[in-house]
Design a protein around this ligand. Structure first.
Ligand SMILES: NC(=O)c1ccc[n+]([C@@H]2O[C@H](COP(=O)([O-])OP(=O)(O)OC[C@H]3O[C@@H](n4cnc5c(N)ncnc54)[C@H](OP(=O)(O)O)[C@@H]3O)[C@@H](O)[C@H]2O)c1
Length: 295
């Protein structure tokens, strides 16, 4: 297959390039080469490249910044996917679009998970834009996959695991406060990229949940990471409402990979198993990076 990856410089997009590139021909332009906001740019590129699949990992992903950047968020997270969906219809290729656990309100009681066909009810501007991106894709692409995930981490880009390590290293003598009332499944982008590969191989269609198995709170996750790496620090649990000035987030981010399981193509692993592998491989690199960063 010839696969066009958007958001190829990002955390998930770069991993998709590595993983899908093992078996497929990859075209991975950066934002300057293909800006998904530009309808003409999208159409010209699809005409020239004629990919079999578009994998859209591009997005405005800073959840707090989304609250004050309405215009840009709509352009990147809604109009961009709509351009790609219409392009996929015109050039008869598949579109795989990444969406988010933040489209839900998180009001289900933990450990009840959200299913693919549960109604969306986002709490934040980011969540709203991702919910609207899904509508844009469904309405415009005849051959789409929407893969919803959450709590992503990987070697490239900013993520929760990285910021916990850097806080603990740089603010050794300060207490780190981490929320204990938000639950989800930390999901390694490498595993998600393998899942995307499986979905494309199986010619999946429709909306899928794809997160790691099991769950934890942010606080439990932070404790686990610091314990595993032997980083001594004092961390303290707090509540989401104590974090002032940030966007509202769902308390329950648990997604059940029901359709992947039903179709026998779920390759997602328990969050702790994947985090162990990840930290064994990259933990030292993260620590080194944190020591070199300016606090
Ligand atoms: N991170 C999470 O925990 C999480 C959870 C659930 C779902 N998701 C979704 O998963 C996807 C990937 O997330 P991520 O964390 O890997 O994102 P990321 O690291 O922030 O990367 C986003 C990518 O999108 C590119 N981009 C931004 N605007 C663009 C535009 N107009 N045209 C083309 N490319 C553009 C960025 O390029 P520049 O760097 O050059 O701007 C970057 O390569 C997103 O759709 C996100 O909403 C993420």
């Amino acid at each position: 297959m010839k696969i066009l990856i958007l958001g190829s410089t990002g955390m998930l997009g770069s991993e998709c390039g590595n993983v899908l590139g093992q078996d497929h021909e990859i075209v991975a332009p950066d934002k300057k080469q293909l800006d998904i906001i530009s309808w003409d740019g999208v159409i010209e590129n699809l005409q020239e490249l004629s990919p079999d699949v578009i994998v859209n990992c591009a997005g405005f992903t800073n959840v707090d910044a989304c609250e004050t950047e309405d215009f840009l968020v709509r352009k990147i997270n809604v109009e961009g996917p709509r351009n790609l969906a219409q392009g996929s219809a015109r050039f008869e290729c598949k579109l795989l679009h990444i969406s988010s656990d933040y489209i839900f309100d998180g009001l289900k009681l933990v450990p009840q998970p959200y299913f693919e066909d549960d109604a969306s009810n986002p709490l934040s501007a980011y969540g709203k834009s991702k919910a609207e991106s899904e509508v844009a894709v469904r309405e415009n692409s005849p051959n789409y996959i929407i893969a919803r995930s959450g709590w992503l981490y990987g070697i490239n880009g900013n993520n929760f695991i990285k910021s916990i390590i850097s806080h603990a290293i740089q603010k050794k003598h300060k207490v780190i406060r981490v929320v204990e009332d938000q639950f989800g499944a930390p999901t390694w982008v490498y595993r998600l990229a393998l899942q995307i590969k499986e979905l494309l191989l199986a010619d999946g269609r429709g909306t899928y949940h794809a997160t790691a198995e099991g769950y934890c709170s942010r606080f439990e996750c932070a404790e686990y990471v610091l314990g595993k790496l032997g980083i001594k620090s004092s961390i303290e649990p707090c509540k989401m409402e104590d974090i002032k000035g940030s966007a509202k987030r769902p308390a329950n981010c648990l997604l059940e990979n029901r359709l992947l399981k039903k179709q026998g193509i779920n390759v997602m692993q328990n969050w702790k198993n994947d985090l162990d592998i990840f930290l064994d491989k990259f933990g030292k690199e993260y620590i080194k990076e944190a020591k070199m960063e300016k606090p």
